[in-house]
Design a protein around this ligand. Sequence first.
Ligand code: PHE
Length: 445
Amino acid sequence: MSERETWATRAGFILAAVGSAVGLGNIWQFPFKTAQFGGASFLVVYLIAVFGIGLPAILAEFVIGRRAKLNAVSAFGNLGYRQWRFVGALGLFTGFWILSYYSVVGGWVIRYIWGSATGAYFTDSAAYFGAVSAGLDAVALHAVFMFLCIFIVALGIEDGIEKATKVMVPSIVVILLGLAAYGTTLSGAGAGYDYFLSPDFGALMSNIGDIVPFAVGQAFFSLSLGMGAMITYASYIDGEDSLVADGSTIVVLNTFVGVLAGFVVFPLLFAQGIDPNTSGPGAVFVSIAGAFANIPAGRAVGVVFFLVVLIAALSSAISLLEVVTSYIIDNYDVGRAPTATAIGVGLFLLGLPSAFDTAWLGWFDTLAYQLLLPVSVLLVLVFVGWILGGEALSEVMKGSSLGDGFGTTWLWMVRVVVILAVLGTLALGIQTLFLGSEPAIVPPL
Ligand code: PHE
């Protein structure tokens, strides 16, 4: 087997991890959920979830990856706990599951770049979404999106993922900043900022039972946790720099992009008097696209907006494809390119139900969010906190100038606080999945 690849630079690792984290979760889900659950007051809950739970958890994944220097499954064996490899396998499965429909949504985004250029959705954005979101068009573009992922992953860590994300991540930030600046020029934008940023504690308190699990789940999804992605990316780290510093940078940048996306989305909607409370997988496409129909230079703004969504979705999707690819090439004597291609074809097939019917897409998503992700994160935390224990502590402290007290606090956070928080989230998720009035777990046939 040839020598295992590594990132060329520390910044390369950080940018790739930010690329994985910043995706549809930030640009679409985050601003809308913030608005729906009470604006600035939700933001506070989310920030607590991100820094109190997400950051300790991302460090846990980094510890496994960098210490073992192997893919998300074999890493557990390499650390001396072969029987824990099932945790990695669950992460791998979860990543595979999620990428199958993430790619379908990626296909819609490609379609909307084109639709913006031609103004195809300008007359009736809801009808347009209905026509292109499911069926043969969606299947074809799902294939195109998957092909782009395969292409980047096949090129490898340094030449593919690192080079691609080095361009992608800065362009996401620059384009969003440009769009946010454009947003300030729209009349009526002020109402959008208000909606996004003014706290509504009444809405927060009356929904707190829904909000907390959502905020935690959103933190996991957005930070790409529970899917082996961060374990895999950390396994390509060559140096001994501080994981705490890298992890904090990644978490801060990811949150920044989410907030920035809010500054793009809400002025656009409010300038058009569109109610942002139309949720569901199609909302970004219907309501935002609807706004582009009427604003000055709407076509150009639409192309740029959907282009940045595409870049963000791609840099996330490649991290998921890499998880599985890395597992296969670490364990079998096969090349990177054929492996990525074969997995991509499998993903394309698994995504077909989602491409033919958005109800299936919703079902795949619900199952991932409420069940697979929290279970997978929980097991990783138990492993790092209680099984690796002191070994994890010394890995997390390497290269860090923080005192030992920090490491011990982190370990006990993982052992108790974070694990309990995830258990709570999981309980609520399972309750809505299996015990709700219409259990979401029933597949849409
Ligand atoms: N974090 C990505 C997002 O916010 C999604 C993702 C999840 C990517 C898991 C990779 C792994 O859209």
